[in-house]
Write a new protein. Sequence first.
Length: 78
Amino acid sequence: MEDHDAMTVLDQIKGLSAADALVAMEALWDRLSEKGAEPESPDWHHEELARREAMVAEGKVEFFDWDEAKLRIRDRVK
């Protein structure tokens, strides 16, 4: 795909409604999945997961159930 073509597609995507954008996203993901071309996670993602696993192993994190987590998030953004 040429840069000009890519810009046209990106411009079209930017003009989609939220509902149409979700449909397009699902269609793109289905296409990638069919071809077995699931994207690999970037190196920084693996590094962040390892960092978080280490924090769990060291007891440096606290877990909350989903309802309490939502309340805590709402309190932070008030």
